[in-house]
Write a new protein. Sequence first.
Length: 320
Amino acid sequence: MAIDTDAIIKGDRRSLAKGITLIESTREGDRELAQALLHKLLPQTGKSIRVGITGVPGVGKSTFIEALGLYLIEQGHRVAVLAVDPSSPVAGGSILGDKTRMELLSRNDAAFIRPSPAGAALGGVAQKTRESMLLCEAAGYDVILVETVGVGQSEHQVAQMVDFFLVLMLPGGGDELQGIKKGIIELADAIVINKADGDSEGIARLTKQHYSSALSLLSHEAHWSPEVITCSALHKRDVDSVWTMVEAFKDASLDAGALESRRAKQNLAWMYQLIDDMLRVNIKTHQSVQSMLPAIEQKVREAAMTPLAGAQKIIALSQQ
């Protein structure tokens, strides 16, 4: 698949979409092409602010992202949305269709929306989301929004690929702290209580106090204390305040040298994750492992072999 890198750099959305399709391909022959494409575009990357957005089901993530995206475009930004959809168990593709849920934003020339199937990736993060972000940056999108499937312990993967991690909550959702893994709240750079309108405004204020108290008990980076704010994405109310907060975070991080440091750590974490992924693939495709794996699995299931012994046997076979 030939990809026009110059067209991507010029912001051609069709070429960008083709590039991401190549990146997401699982075909062996496409992997080298994808890495070559990334290598060519790498000098054009790193100039965006990357924002991860997650939240409980029904919190209105897509409505919020559309409202925020349209506001940002009004301010002169170009916005890319990488929305990770649950995968269809039949076809393996995205099943929610974010372009239908963000109709106004998807029609805007300054926006690019890419729904990607989560597949088997932990935390609802597509395996190739990091590479897709780099392509979007090379295409001139200066704000990258990563929407995830929902809230779960593995959402730390989102925080490991973005600059700012935002958690959306509902008014009256203070009790949800009991059902949400503590680690997600610890990772949050901000909590935004959406749907703070109508009869819910008063409840949203109380919820804000609840989360603010919870955050005050956690340790945070020296240059930034996570904030809790309210908004109504449906009515476009206080969405600008959310972005003001993100910009304040970016300025504080740049002044402290924390943004560069965070991205450096993320790159290292990314490398080690890729090592794990590649080793797993190599082991599964190794001829000796393939021939012996069913027997090893059967022994482990029957407790005739410990899982550790099984793992050691598989690794030994892969090194032959």
